[in-house]
Design a protein around this ligand. Structure first.
Ligand code: GS8
Length: 219
């Protein structure tokens, strides 16, 4: 019997994009369900009762939660095509370390650059730019973070690229001026069909951000 794969997601979610890219890299057919996070579906609450967050991958009725765990699960389950994690344990550990760095440094600083004001926003913008520069150092002259092929850390970081435009507008800076190699890398990733079709349009993300700023009384 064919695998039944469902992805509970929300279109602007960079965490959801990670799962979309990994599934596309492996060429897996799946059902995409866009959640209303203000009115979560019974399926989401049943499949992720602990965190109640998207993304959730439901594979033959069984849930897998947390985006980085989902990407690793996809890589291990559909091994044949496009390996994402290196087979060497040391390189694997390094890729996981940097993906964790993305979650700890890029995610909160990006969020606070659009969703706060004044000194807090300034501090977040600084932290975002610093974290990108650290990642730029890790990338070095390689085409992808893992070397010559697209892999786990690329999947983990590239979704944030779809939010760069919105964050730059809100924080009044240019990522390209600060971290040109990261932008060149992101554009390289966007040449892959798996990435291009999984990331939403930057203008659409910006409209979503503006709507949210309004709701939060920031505009
Ligand atoms: C984060 C998921 C998350 O924050 C992961 O999957 O990597 N560490 C998790 N999901 C958000 C939407 S994206 O910003 C979410 O589902 N929020 C709903 C809520 O918190 O109620």
């Amino acid at each position: 019997m064919a695998d039944e794969v469902v992805l509970l997601d929300f279109w602007p979610s960079f965490f959801g994009m990670r799962a979309r890219i990994a599934l596309a890299e492996k060429g897996i057919d799946y059902q995409y369900r866009d959640e209303d996070l203000q009115d979560k579906s019974p399926l989401l609450l049943q499949m992720n009762p602990v965190n109640k967050t998207i993304p959730v991958l439901v594979h033959n009725g069984k849930p897998i939660c947390e985006s980085l765990i989902i990407v690793q699960y996809i890589d291990e389950t559909w091994k044949g095509k496009s390996p994402l994690l290196p087979s060497n344990p040391l390189q694997q550990a390094q890729a996981r370390f940097w993906a964790d760095y993305v979650d700890k440094k890029i995610f909160p600083s990006l969020r606070d650059t659009w969703s706060t004001t004044g000194e807090q926003q300034e501090a977040a913008r600084k932290e975002f730019i610093e974290a990108l520069k650290v990642l730029e150092g890790e990338l070095g002259e390689k085409p992808y973070f893992g070397g010559d092929s697209f892999g786990f850390l690329d999947v983990s970081l590239v979704p944030f690229y779809s939010w760069f435009y919105a964050v730059e507008k809100c924080g009044n800076f240019s990522t390209e001026a600060e971290s040109p190699k990261i932008i060149a890398w992101a554009k390289r990733c966007m040449e892959r069909e798996s990435v291009a079709k999984s990331l939403p349009d930057s203008e659409k993300v910006y409209s979503y951000v503006l709507e949210n700023k309004k709701k939060m009384g920031l505009e």
